[in-house]
Design a protein around this ligand. Structure first.
Ligand code: TPP
Length: 330
């Protein structure tokens, strides 16, 4: 099957394209700043950055409301910011501060906000697949018309839970969209070293509509995700989308300080940088006739929002020691 990519007229207004660009830019700016403060020793833990993959989270979450669910991965800041506007709460959480969305006790790999349908980032590779499937079963049982999206990496696609999820989702016609972000690597192993065949084809034996998508193309992501989410909402069951993208930063920040040898060349990364989703969206905006002043104004708004979020986080208090055991158990 050819990889779904954009062609023809925009499936939405120029204003929507500008909004999607701004949403992607916010994720990019937050993460560039996180890379900087991490290198300065400002963060209490490691961060796995989403830079280069922004079109996936934004193009998918554009179709969701707070009543819908997402389950994320260890690379989860982008998913959170695509579904929620709470930039301050996200940044404060990564800083481990009491004002963070989980009171500073979750940190980068556990950002969650159930009130916004965000079941959480997750350090267990493949764990989000099971969580999203459970949420889809809840939605179906309650007849709520909510849709559940499970984001996972190409490495996670090799966990047995994917087959189990596809099986029950097909059998019970669950309102589930499984979104694999194939970013080329599983930690320090190129995908082709650890993954057999094409991931999107894994849904086909179960009769699950499945598709490879150009994950750096905001329009292709938006279209394919919209079709899958609409199908789920109509009660027609699950889909599997393999979003082909590229991780521009390391698996984890500062990996160069402990890796004896790199698993990819700088030339490879530079070549892929030319195809990254924000650059491509910027040229779509130009082609659509959106004037530079409107784009610059949107960029300025995002920069201000992100600056404010970092100021808020850095000046927020740490959680009180007495609260250490609060919110741990339900
Ligand atoms: C169950 C489990 N096995 C192994 C690990 C160690 N681990 C952390 S991230 C990672 C690679 C995940 O790759 P992928 O799913 O492609 O996601 P990406 O990091 O590329 O976003 C591994 C193996 C883990 N956290 N959980």
């Amino acid at each position: 099957m050819p990889t779904a990519s954009a062609s023809g007229a925009l499936p939405f207004s120029n204003q929507t394209l500008l909004d999607l660009y701004a949403r992607m830019l916010r994720i990019r700016l937050v993460e560039e700043r996180l890379a900087q403060v991490q290198s300065e020793g400002e963060l209490p833990g490691p961060v796995h950055l989403y830079i280069g993959q922004e079109a996936v989270a934004v193009g998918v979450c554009a179709h969701l409301t707070d009543a819908d669910w997402i389950a994320s991965t260890h690379r989860g800041h982008g998913h959170f910011l695509a579904k929620s506007r709470e930039t301050r709460k996200l940044v404060a959480e990564v800083y481990g501060r009491a004002t963070g969305v989980c009171g500073g006790k979750g940190g980068s790999m556990h950002v969650a906000d159930v009130s916004k349908g965000i079941l959480g980032a997750n350090g267990i590779v493949g764990g989000g697949i099971g969580l999203a499937t459970g949420a889809a079963l809840t939605a179906k049982t309650q007849g709520s018309h909510a849709v559940s999206v499970g984001f996972f990496g190409d490495g996670a696609a090799n966990q047995g839970v994917l087959m189990e999820a596809l099986n029950v989702a097909a059998l019970w016609k669950l309102p589930l969209v499984l979104v694999c972000e194939n970013n080329g690597f599983s930690e320090f192993s190129p995908s082709e070293m650890v993954t057999a065949g094409e991931i999107w084809k894994r849904g086909l034996p179960m009769g699950v509509p499945s598709q490879p998508v150009d994950g750096n193309d905001i329009i292709a992501v938006y279209r394919s995700a919209g079709e899958a989410i609409d199908r789920a909402r109509r009660g027609e069951g699950a889909s599997l989308l393999e979003m082909r993208t590229y991780r521009l930063r390391g698996h984890v920040e500062a990996e160069k300080t402990f890796l004896a040898k790199s698993y990819r060349t700088d030339e490879e990364v530079e070549a892929r940088r030319a195809k990254e989703p924000l650059l491509r969206c910027r040229s779509l905006l130009r082609d659509a006739g959106v004037d530079d002043a409107s784009v610059a104004a949107a960029e300025q708004r995002e920069r201000a929002e992100v600056d404010a979020a970092f100021e808020y986080a850095a000046s927020s208090p740490w959680p009180e020691v007495e609260t250490a055991f609060q919110h741990m158990f339900a």
